[in-house]
Each structure stands twice: as C-alpha cells, then as structure tokens.
Design a binder for this molecule. Structure first.
Ligand code: GTP
Ligand code: MG
Length: 197
C-alpha cells in the first residue's frame, strides 16, 4: 500500500476510477490505526496523539485493487464551530455522489454506546443507501465475553443494515484478518458477512 495524496476538496480526489473503501467514525476511534493494521504498516496513516488532527481526506492505494480513504473524525467536543462546519462540508463532498465509493467502514469504540454523531452517520448512510461494514474498535480494552456482548449490541443499533460486524484491535491485530476478508468479499460483490460470533 502506498500513500496516494491528501485532498482538501473534490477536485483533488483520485480520478482513476478504482473502488474506494472509506474509514468513518468519531475522532480518536482508531480509523488511522486500523488502516495501518490492515496494511501491516505501522506509520502510514498518521495516528493522532490528539483527536481531531486529520482534517484532509487521505487516499492510500492498495495495489491495483482499491483505495483506502482515511476521513477526518467527527464528534471532537473541543473543535471550534468553524472546524465542525468544514468537516461536514468536506465529508459530505466526499460521500455524496462518489461513484467509486464501494464500501464504508463504520468504526465505533467497542467500549462505548453509539454517540449522537454515530447516529447521524448511520442515518446518513441509510439515506444514501451506502454499503457498510461495522468495526468495533479497541477490542483489546475488554475481555472476550464483554467484546462479544458489546459487539452484538452495536450490531443491533448502529450496525443495522451493515453487511457484517467485526470486533478488531489495531494494537493486537485481533479481528484484522477477518475484517480484511470481509472487505475483499464486499469489493468482489460477494457476501461480506463474517461469521457471527
Ligand atoms: P482522528 O484522525 O483524530 O479522527 O482519529 P482516528 O480515528 O484516526 O484515531 P487514531 O488511529 O489516530 O487513534 C487514536 C488513539 O487511539 C491513538 O492513541 C491510538 O494509539 C489509539 N488506538 C487506536 N486503535 C487502538 C486499538 O486497537 N487499541 C488500543 N488500545 N488503542 C488504539
Ligand atoms: Mg485519523
């Protein structure tokens, strides 16, 4: 995988027509970390020590198969109003009418109930009929039973309508292979549902 560029607006999005997988979720949920874990590279997408840092749409080319698209996170409470407005504008300019957008990876922290921003994103994805997989992140933070219980609860709430739900840890690598297979299956147009467990 290689970094293909940062975009501040639609005129800078790639034009070669490869399918795209968008990483969406709250600020600090682990989007950049998961992207790195999927690609087995430690420091490709920049991981933030402070939330709300990624303010551009970053494109990473996965060989000749697709782009991974790292979007800025929402819900950073301390972000000033103009930053939040700009986020909405930028993310909307990407999500709405992007023909290459093949799959949305919707990330939610396994420890937390969905927040208002997550509900908004779900409504949005439903409205535009965008295909999605749910990833419950930071699974290393809880015991296995609790991860399973919370992942199923998330599947029933914000995960409703998703092709599958996978609990992952960018730190330990747990669930990363399963998520990778689900992404590939979805891109191939097959059944992306990972075994529910
Ligand atoms: P923004 O770009 O600000 O929207 O954040 P992001 O969603 O890209 O999150 P990022 O990957 O930058 O990670 C945020 C913080 O969570 C960092 O301190 C990471 O080290 C930590 N983190 C990410 N994934 C995991 C994980 O699987 N386990 C644990 N324990 N920490 C994680
Ligand atoms: Mg990020």
């Amino acid at each position: 995988m290689t970094f293909a560029g940062s975009a501040a607006g639609p005129d800078q999005f790639p034009r070669d027509g490869l399918p795209e997988v968008a990483f969406l979720g709250r600020s600090n949920v682990g989007k950049s970390s998961l992207l790195n874990a999927l690609c087995g590279q430690k420091a490709l997408a920049r991981v933030s020590s402070q939330p709300g840092r990624t303010q551009l749409v970053n494109f990473f080319r996965v060989e000749d198969s697709c782009y991974f698209v790292d979007l800025p996170g929402y819900g950073y409470a301390k972000a000033p109003g103009n930053v939040r407005e700009r986020w909405k504008e930028l993310v909307t300019s990407y999500l709405v009418g992007r023909e290459q957008l093949a799959l949305c990876l919707f990330l939610v922290d396994v420890r937390h109930d969905p927040q208002p921003g997550d509900e908004t994103l779900k409504t949005y994805l439903d409205h535009y009929g965008l295909p999605r997989l749910l990833a419950a992140t930071k699974a290393d933070k809880l015991g296995r039973g609790e991860v399973n219980r919370r992942t199923q609860a998330l599947a029933r709430s914000v995960g409703a309508g998703a092709q599958g739900v996978v609990a992952v840890s960018a730190q330990t690598g747990a669930g990363v292979d399963e998520l990778w297979r689900a992404i590939q299956a979805s891109l191939a147009g097959g059944d992306a549902s990972p075994a529910a467990h």
